[in-house]
Ligand binder design. Structure first.
Ligand SMILES: [Zn+2]
Ligand SMILES: [Zn+2]
Length: 266
């Protein structure tokens, strides 16, 4: 049984979609998925929101950051052609009856069990690996690699950015980087600290974490979760991000009872 908290958020999401407000609608559904990451109704609504919200001309379209949210990773299919990173959402994840997809973004080969985007179909629309027929609306997705840093259902209290280079990190750069890789920063108002370092160290993650602990020994305690990730920005400059979460739930379903049969994210 779905709780009334869950039901209300999903109803709100449907009302917002009807009003063309896809971004806000996805926000409601993602809040549910923060607490119930495996809830089928919410996953199906999220899949259809991403599917239609990126196609339609709407008042409030989805943002790139919203689409890259890690809570959606399992819903995407990713092309398995060498070097291709194209990913898409299959209509089969939310359509209940048989679907005919015109102009498909990708397909699943039932013979060799691979996923391919339309750029890699054979000229006659079959599997480039085994020439098998493709299902353009598979009901199972193969997921996509994470496009943002880890997000927990716990409030962020501190963020440390270490960037390759010298001098200070400008507020504009910080805002753009965090919007792209850690938009949860703007939901929770953590303290944010930025430093630059040159040359870039081999153990950049270890060095960034050591820097955080030097200033905040308390974050090593068991009331916090420390997560670290590194990558490169659009210009190819290295960054490391350390996220400190307080070990307490961020979103709580006030109507949850252990007898409901749904499992909550701990
Ligand atoms: Zn195949
Ligand atoms: Zn491809």
């Amino acid at each position: 049984m779905m709780t009334s908290w869950t039901r209300k958020l999903l109803d709100d999401a449907n009302d917002l979609i009807a009003a063309g407000r896809w971004r806000a609608a996805l926000g409601c559904t993602l809040t549910v998925l923060s607490v119930y990451p495996n809830l089928d109704t919410a996953l199906r609504l999220a899949a259809s929101t991403v599917y239609f919200g990126t196609r339609a001309e709407v008042a409030e379209p989805l943002t790139d950051e919203g689409i890259r949210d890690p809570r959606l990773d399992s819903l995407f299919c990713t092309c398995q052609a060498a070097g291709c990173t194209y990913s898409w959402v299959s209509a089969g994840l939310f359509m209940t009856s048989d679907v005919t997809v015109t102009n498909p973004r990708g397909g699943h080969c039932e013979r060799c069990d691979r996923y391919f985007c339309r750029h890699h179909f054979t000229p006659h629309g079959t599997c480039p690996r085994c020439d098998g027929d493709l299902d353009y609306a598979p009901r199972v997705s193969n997921g996509r690699p994470a496009m943002q840093t880890v997000r927990l259902n716990q409030p962020l209290v501190h963020v440390q950015v270490m960037r390759e280079g010298t001098g200070r990190i400008s507020p504009d750069y910080m805002k753009e980087l965090l919007s792209s890789i850690a938009p949860d920063v703007f939901e929770d108002s953590p303290t944010i600290r930025g430093t630059t370092i040159y040359p870039w160290p081999d153990d950049c993650q270890g060095m960034a974490m050591a820097g955080v602990v030097l200033d905040h020994e308390e974050y090593l305690g068991d009331t916090y979760d420390m997560r670290v990730a590194d990558g490169r920005d659009r210009a190819g400059t290295h960054w490391v991000l350390v996220k400190i979460f307080a070990r307490m739930p961020k979103y709580v379903d006030p109507d949850f009872s252990p007898d409901s049969g749904e499992s909550q994210r701990s």
